[in-house]
Design a protein around this ligand. Sequence first.
Ligand code: ZN
Length: 697
Amino acid sequence: MCSSDLSNPVSSAHASSNPLLQEHALPPFSAIKPEHVLPAIEQRLNTNRERINNLLQGLTNPTWESLVLPLEAWNDELSQAWSPVGHLNGVKNSDELRDAYNACLPLWSQYSTEIGQNTELFKAFEALSNSPEFANLSKAQQTSIEHELRDFRLAGVDLSGDKKTRYGEIQKRLSELTSKFGENVLDATQAWSKQITDVSELAGLPESALGLLQQQAQQRDLDGYVITLDFPSYMPIMSYADNRELRQELYTAFVTRASEQGPNAGEFDNSAVMNEILDLRYELATLLGFENYSEYSVATKMAGSAQEVLDFLDDLATKAKPQAEREFAELSAYAAETLGLTELKPWDITFASEKLRQQRYSISQEDIRPYLPVDTVIKGMFETVTRLYGIEFVEIKDFDTYHPDARYFEVHKDGAKIAAFYLDLYARAKKRGGAWMDDCRIRRTTQDGIQTPVAYLVCNFSPAVGDTPALLTHDELTTLFHEFGHGLHHMMTEIDVAGVSGINGVAWDAVELPSQFMENWCYEPEALAFISGHYQTGEPLPQELLDKLLAAKNFQSAMMTMRQIEFSIFDMRLHREHTAANPVDAATIIADVRKSVTVVPTVEFNRFQHSFSHIFAGGYAAGYYSYKWAEVLSADAFSSFEEEGIFNRETGERFLREILSQGGSRDAAELFENFRGRAPSVEPLLRHCGILGEEAA
Ligand code: ZN
């Protein structure tokens, strides 16, 4: 590497043959090979280290131009090398690529710790924020600097030597423990299985589920059927198996995974892991000056405090509970009359609910499919946002691709290209499941002007079969609109500051606003009139099917809401009440939460918390409420369109101007108020879920 020539770090002969180290307007997918990955990332990271060192040495009075702009450019260069690697790892995996990808992960984590704790860099940002120049910067620039300072502090930059060391030890131990938590859940899930040779014991199961259980037996060289605790096996039994003892046995095994209860009691027990995680999170939070971990968690979120979150959840619980109780009473009555289940046990609820659902709404996703051929849907989705925001889409056929399924579109406004995206819709081998949006290029100011944003939109739909085009279910339609909503948030940004443009710098509990918001059009007859069209006749989705779809959508929605609230309150209270002086455990909190929130029967041995990976192995600690929080925002934002017209161009323009284009440049609460003219209200969400509240019911 040519370290003396920092303005041209890729000038060596070796580097120039590596496509990941060359400058491209779009990723050179066809040229990228697994062997390019590690050398490119190593070189980019080392180059950045040297650049930052050199920058800091010569820097006396940091300005936006002398400090932030170069860092933005170097970070962008780094992410342009990494983004296609991450994308290919997701959509065109191979053993070689996965190895190369994984080999880079520790380099990344080391690099980000180094940057986060770089005192000199922190001081440079501090000096800029205290300089007279700061007042003259744009709001986006100021927010970006404030976020930087916040993140340095949350990375422990201004701790004394001892405490910095302790911070590092805690983080290291936490990453071991959270990974151990996940391993215990996985091992406990895999440790249990049950063979059944008499098919009559599986009465009630649909053919597809029986086929899966049979396949699981064959894979183990066993006769008959094998049930496991994996979801595709667990759910059909709980939903359809007439055999009540079997449901009870499976339920017991499932809710006691990784605990001191149940069939594998004590073998993969997460109890000690959870307590140590809670101890260390508390210590980490207090080390950084927070009262407890919940306050540390909300410091980067839209919610102002843990108390505000708890008040929000309590309010929602109070409003949803009466209806949840009615739904449960209705289910109990139905189960007693029709199914002979006089007392509903936890292992009966899914089963009885499924029977009631089928009786009431005989609708299957398969009924909807013929009305949602993919080309009609995409055209309709584009038409929806053309009406809302006045943008146009142009498909570009000639681009450097990695698979024939991938398509590439440009987004135009007033004749100018403002963004672009890749659309990769179909499931195939070597492609990760699920759906997601990721950024390929961010919008920012460069020396050559504005770099326009580029997104990846990825789904896993069934491809066309023979002469039949790809047909979507309604769930898939909603998924597509959801990801498109994230994509628009990234692409429609008008912020040029990298740290807060698009989805960058948007609070965790607000980031699902634009995505859930877009889903609403999938339920509107006026929109479905052109989003749908039978693949043979062109006929839009009939009203009768739409009515059934809408009714089924809200089936037991209050019960489901209460369940999400139970998880959210438990998570928040646990991370708030567990302190060094009072190391309250999960079992105590969950028991207390259930007293006021749960409307369905539960059993003492239920240890769901021992497999609650979102908060113990994922990023949702003291943040599980984010799902409900963002749902309130998206429903309330959409209610403006309900009031003013779902295709009202002015309302669309206002949403674009106040929220969608603003990225993370201002507080999410402020953006929301600017759009809605008031603070968020939970009423629209409750109404959309069919939860009317006691007084209205
Ligand atoms: Zn999402």
